[in-house]
Design a protein around this ligand. Structure first.
Ligand SMILES: [Fe+2]
Ligand SMILES: [Fe+2]
Length: 380
């Protein structure tokens, strides 16, 4: 807020007007079922600069990269909405659900502001796919819709919009928490030529299937069962957002248009803002054992964890090797390898269980979008 205080009145006013018009649009889009399809007229009203500009046609590669990113942002929006319904703030900006007091309280063990952060992350994801789809439409492209695949069930816990069908499944997750040790390593990098691998911070959720939201009201007790679910969510938030932090720079390397590059490098760092927030909160997850499963969250500051690879207050990237060991260590996002980045993202999300129960058609569509994005070549 202090920094905000230095903004001119004009900046504040402009931001306020932008937000008001966007919120009106956001509500319509969230409530409607059509989402991206048929949004052209509304988009022209909200984004006049984009719609009116006489831009040259996008290359097939740029369109493919944007379409793949739109698809992933739609999927992100879908599961963040599920989190927001139960553990966020349900309001005009992010409507849906009525909240679960017990789940919200368990999440608040990680940080008192978790509900606000969940809300804001949800809104951000919505704007990501909405903007990209409108940009595609304004430049001769086809927006992405995954509505045909909205067929997975909701949580039946009080507070969820129980009748709404979903694109993603938060109730059978396998959560890769190796980002925790990857970003703390000073000597390793997942990208070629290093190809290093990293241990999990939370081995108990790295295998099997774990819910990150209460499935029914039975999941609200006993206390440490619900806390295990909230802790799982806390780590899942960061696992997802570190993926976005890598995906955007990975794909940016094959964008041709400077304006599309601007879009990709302007959205990507917001994923990193999300990631760092969640990385910080995950470190506050209480070390508990779920009495119904016997599975535990560890105290990451104590043996056999602890030390630089695990200590919870290292929330910024440790500098590490990059490109070649002849260069000095540098603080970077990793991985950022561009070859196969889109397919890598699909595999990562699929292995996580986020699409458990989805149809063959869903995977075909997502893999087709990834194949096209990974075929994009940078042209000048
Ligand atoms: Fe996003
Ligand atoms: Fe994200």
């Amino acid at each position: 807020m202090l920094i905000g205080g230095t903004l001119s009145r004009r900046s504040w006013g402009d931001n306020f007007m932008d937000r008001r018009s966007r919120n009106a649009f956001t509500r319509r889009r969230f409530i409607g079922t059509g989402l991206a399809i048929g949004a052209g007229a509304a988009g022209a009203a909200v984004l006049p600069g984009m719609a009116a500009r006489a831009a040259g046609p996008l290359t097939a590669g740029d369109m493919a990269i944007l379409r793949f990113l739109a698809a992933l942002e739609i999927l992100e929006t879908d599961f963040w909405q599920q989190y927001n319904e139960l553990g966020g703030i349900q309001d005009a900006e992010v409507p849906g659900g009525t909240g679960s007091k017990a789940y919200t309280r368990a999440l608040a063990q990680l940080d008192a502001d978790m509900a606000q952060y969940i809300h804001d992350n949800t809104e951000d994801e919505f704007t990501h796919f909405d903007f990209i789809n409108h940009y595609l439409m304004a430049n001769g492209g086809t927006p992405v819709s995954l509505e045909a695949f909205r067929m997975l069930p909701s949580s039946k816990a009080t507070g969820a919009d129980q009748s709404k069908m979903r694109l993603t499944n938060l109730m059978q997750l396998t959560v890769d928490t190796s980002w925790w040790t990857r970003y703390r390593s000073r000597t390793k990098n997942p990208d070629p030529p290093f190809d290093d691998t990293f241990p999990m911070a939370v081995p108990s959720i790295a295998t099997g299937e774990h819910t990150a939201i209460p499935r029914t009201d039975k999941d609200l007790t006993p206390t440490n069962h619900l806390q295990f679910i909230a802790n799982t969510a806390g780590f899942h938030f960061a696992t997802i957002e570190q993926g976005g932090s890598s995906l955007y720079p990975s794909l940016a390397q094959r964008v041709s248009s400077v304006e599309v590059l601007r879009i990709v490098v302007s959205i990507g760092p917001t994923e990193t803002m999300h990631f760092q927030t969640w990385a910080d909160k995950a470190g506050n997850a209480p070390a508990i054992t779920d009495p119904t499963t016997g599975l535990s969250f560890p105290d990451l500051n104590k043996p056999p964890f602890g030390g630089e690879d695990f200590q919870t207050n290292l929330i910024m990237p440790e500098p590490t090797v990059f490109l070649d060991r002849k260069f000095p260590a540098v603080s970077i996002i990793r991985p950022t390898e561009t070859a196969g980045a889109a397919h890598g993202a699909v595999k990562f999300l699929t292995d996580m269980g986020l699409f458990r129960g989805q149809s063959t058609g869903f995977f075909t569509t997502l893999n087709d979008l990834a194949t096209q994005a990974d075929s994009a070549q940078r042209g000048m």
